[in-house]
Design a binder for this molecule. Structure first.
Ligand SMILES: Cc1ncc(COP(=O)(O)O)c(C=O)c1O
Length: 438
């Protein structure tokens, strides 16, 4: 394979930037080591151009779940440009943050108050701080992935592999104070008995239960209700993380769809379609605890984030974006199933329609998935085992993608049967989970 400008730049980046990128999920090694385009010059809708001038359709993460309307959405762009022209930063506050607080509380009638941050993990740390301040308790029971902060990685201090099974296996807690050991207590989604066991052991020492309302699995009947009841019984704050699942199923948090009433809900990523913004919304009683601690940051007060969020949410509601996300996601899932059947490639399909993924059922699955990405890239698609839908994905693009996917599934199935997968790869097998890069 000829070397690409993007790969050359990435090799340089690794000498200047520890780990090469700022986000694990953007590491080229997670997709196609040594051959992923790595950098983009331009992104528009669901198209992206690399540094070599190649154009691709993004049939993967679309801004790692941020660009729900598609990249550089014209309505959001217009609001952002207006915010830039009006001055994005000042000694005074931008009025958009009050307007956005009203809109978020209108969409979530159980919530009364709102704080802001700019990133998902940071907003989750704010939520946990507020919950701890409100209850005066240190321990947090959680399930799922919630970012990089100390409160969360502390789970791996207790037992090195406690975070395995919570999205990213192998996260190392070096640098997290050992004094936090035992403060972050994992349980698995739908395993109410695991939460019950934590409550039996720590009871009223648990100040918060933190979880996504839903992600990959539908909640078992009664699971969410039991979580809510548990929190009420022990006086813990229920924090739902809507950073990735929010805005996928409805205009607002997925917890609304499942009738779950939290005390705090946290939004980021898709709330502002590619501009940094995060919101922590909650009941007055709990949110007031932000006053009894110190939660404050300069760039949480700039104008672009709330302006982008207002434009994104309004368009989301106006255009019934969730309906499109669901339909496109379903089309891809059906297409994967049919293509895999025709190609004789055993796969399973999981996730919610707008956040779908498939897994190849084979002992060489990771190599086979890498080959899938390599062959799809050659056909003009950024494609992995997961597909996050956007409003910019039109039927014709999906049809083109599925045609290519069927062809590629056939090649992968044949290579698996012949034992030639790794010999067809132009580089190493993609990393799964967290692997240290030297
Ligand atoms: C559920 C969930 N919470 C928190 C985060 C962290 O958000 P961010 O990467 O914006 O810090 C993510 C990111 O993938 C997420 O999926």
């Amino acid at each position: 394979m000829p070397d690409h400008i993007g790969q050359a730049l990435y090799r340089k980046a690794k000498t200047r930037i520890p780990g090469g990128t700022q986000l694990l999920s953007k590491r080229p090694e997670m997709f196609l080591p040594e051959n992923w385009p790595a950098y983009y010059s331009r992104a528009k809708g669901c198209q992206v151009w690399d540094l070599d001038g190649n154009a691709y359709y993004d049939m993967s993460y679309n801004g790692i779940a941020a660009c729900i309307l598609g990249a550089a959405d014209p309505d959001v762009e217009e609001a952002v440009i207006a915010a830039v022209r009006a001055g994005s930063m000042s000694t005074l506050n931008p009025p958009e943050e009050v307007e956005l607080a009203d809109l978020l509380c209108e969409l979530h009638p159980w919530a009364d108050m709102v704080r802001y941050a700019r990133c998902g993990g940071e907003a989750m740390a704010v939520a946990v701080r507020i919950a701890r301040a409100h209850t005066g308790r240190d321990r947090v029971a959680f399930c799922g992935y919630h970012g990089w902060h100390d409160w969360y990685l502390a789970a791996n201090l207790a037992e090195d592999h406690a975070l395995d099974g919570h999205l990213i296996p192998g996260l190392a807690p070096a640098g997290v104070p050992r004094g936090l050991m035992g403060t972050a207590l994992p349980f698995r989604y739908n395993q109410i008995e695991e939460l019950a066991a934590l409550v039996a052991k720590y009871g009223n020492e648990i100040g918060a239960v933190v979880m996504e309302p839903i992600r990959n699995l539908e909640p078992n009947p009664g699971f969410l209700e039991q979580v809510r009841q548990t929190c009420d019984r022990i006086g813990a704050v229920l924090v739902v993380d809507e950073v990735s699942v929010g805005w996928r199923l409805n205009t607002g948090g997925a917890h609304l769809v499942y009738g779950l009433q939290p005390d705090i809900a946290v939004f980021a990523k898709a709330i502002s379609n590619g501009y940094p913004m995060a919101a922590i919304i909650g009941t007055r009683n709990v949110m007031q605890a932000a006053q009894s601690t110190f939660v404050s940051s300069t760039y949480w007060t700039e104008r672009i984030g709330p302006a982008a969020a207002l434009a994104t949410i309004r368009k989301h509601r106006r255009e019934n974006v969730p309906q499109h996300l669901h339909r496109i996601g379903q089309m891809v899932r059906d297409g994967w199933r049919v293509a895999a059947e025709r190609a004789g490639l055993p796969i399973t399909i999981g996730g919610l329609a707008p956040l779908s993924h498939f897994a190849i059922q084979h002992s060489e699955a990771q190599a086979a998935a890498t080959l899938f990405t390599q062959l799809m890239l050659e056909r003009g698609f950024l494609a992995t085992k997961a597909f996050y839908t956007t409003f910019a994905h039109e039927d014709t693009i999906i049809e083109e993608y599925l045609q290519a996917a069927e062809e590629v599934f056939g090649v992968v199935a044949q290579a698996l049967a012949r034992g030639t997968v790794t010999s067809l790869l132009h580089g190493p097998i993609a990393h799964a989970g967290f692997t240290r890069l030297n």
